[in-house]
Write a protein that binds this ligand. Structure first.
Ligand code: NAD
Ligand code: GLY
Length: 352
């Protein structure tokens, strides 16, 4: 088991290892979570796989556990779903001293976290991520959100979890496409801060090798820890974690959230590597190398959608300040920078 401690407005541990779901309640007690009630929040795909095990573990540790399940999928990452969570919190009588446990991928974690941030102006929550994407990225750092018609993740709050329990065994049931989505964020993390990790991923996939997966996840969490500790509220360096996301979020929204987050980010990273090369910021050949590694992990690297249709949606990006936007560009693999640029020029850069 590996443990990464994140020191931000709340200090908490992220534990990563095998067989952790059955220790969930005990790990929460060990982290000092003295709540009476716990609301376990999950989606319709994860619930039949892991909810009974998680609930039994919470009950065994003395929590009075209730369950709330919502329809799986990014299309349900909206305020109406969070309202369903508020109704469950009220029905089961959760108060300020109680705890929400998010069991699932980034969609569950982002929304259960938002419900925790806002219920009674904030109650504690625990992340039990079950996708690779959520274990390497979304469960750590306290960004919680829902999508709106105006754009992706535009309504949300910074609200740190009290504990993250990442059981790598749960990744065994991930469909290949969902595993690939997680690899997009792993490759992203390597691109911005760790060229050696990228070389390791190029040599061999970690899928099916639990100790290797544990090591890769812990490395990604540690990189994110360092960034979040420096800039919890996303006013500077944290923007680097959004490499590929300005284009990715526009593509997700353009597809009406039928394109997965990981796939959209994969395309977005290649677009940004090409833009960086044409702006003279990125070492030539970077886009080609990125394309090879993403393709090897089954991820898309281009979109058939016309850029003139989706590029203007980049205007809704949270990294836009008036007429300027901070693009995340690579100088080389493992070294990302924020590159302020005129929004219209940014849009022109992604057009062929
Ligand atoms: P997801 O939560 O929709 O999970 C993908 C699919 O896998 C879902 O159908 C889910 O039910 C299923 N699933 C989950 N665990 C499973 C398992 N162990 N076995 C089988 N199926 C399983 O999506 P995701 O890719 O985990 O997360 C994407 C979301 O995360 C996006 O909304 C994105 O905006 C958000 N995100 C947030 C942050 C952050 O910092 N908060 C960072 C990155 C991404
Ligand atoms: N995934 C981007 C961030 O946490 O800042």
């Amino acid at each position: 088991m590996k443990r990464v401690t994140i020191q931000s407005s709340r200090t908490y541990d992220c534990v990563i290892g095998q067989g952790l779901l059955e220790q969930l309640g005990m790990l929460m007690r060990a982290a000092g979570l003295q709540a009476e009630r716990a609301l376990l929040v999950s989606d319709t795909r994860v619930t039949p796989l892991y909810a009974a095990q998680a609930a039994a573990s919470l009950e065994a540790a003395g929590y009075r556990c209730s369950m709330h399940v919502f329809e799986a999928g990014e299309a349900h990452k909206r305020l109406a779903t969070v309202e369903g969570m508020y109704a469950a919190l009220a029905t089961h009588g959760l108060g300020r001293g109680d705890v929400i446990v998010a069991l699932g991928g980034g969609v569950v974690g982002d929304m259960a976290g938002f419900a925790a941030a806002t219920w009674m102006r904030g109650i504690r929550f625990v992340q039990a991520p079950t996708t690779l994407l959520a274990q390497v990225d979304s469960s750590v750092g306290g960004k919680t959100a829902v999508d709106t018609r105006a754009g992706k993740n535009l309504v949300g709050a910074f609200w740190q979890p009290s504990l993250v329990v990442a059981d790598v065994d749960t990744l065994d049931t991930l469909p290949p496409a969902a595993f690939a989505d997680g690899m997009a964020e792993v490759v992203k993390t390597a691109c911005i801060r760790d060229a050696a990790l990228l070389a390791k991923l190029e040599a061999k996939t970690p899928r099916g090798d639990a100790p290797e997966l544990e090591a890769v996840i812990a490395r990604c969490v540690d990189i994110k820890r360092a960034i979040v500790e420096e800039d919890e509220r996303d006013a500077g360096v944290r923007g680097l974690l959004n490499f590929g996301h300005t284009v990715g979020h526009a593509l997700e929204r353009y597809s009406d959230y039928t394109l997965s987050h990981g796939s959209a980010v994969a395309v977005g990273m290649v677009v940004m590597a090409r833009a960086g090369e044409s702006l003279g910021v990125t070492v030539p050949g970077t886009a080609a190398r990125l394309t090879r590694v993403l393709t090897a992990y089954g991820l898309p690297t281009h979109t058939d959608a016309r850029p003139s249709d989706w590029a203007p949606l980049m205007m809704a990006d949270k990294k836009r300040h008036g007429e300027k936007i901070d693009l995340v560009l690579l100088r080389e693999m493992g070294d990302a920078v924020l590159h302020p640029i005129d929004v219209q020029e940014a849009i022109a850069q992604v057009l062929p």
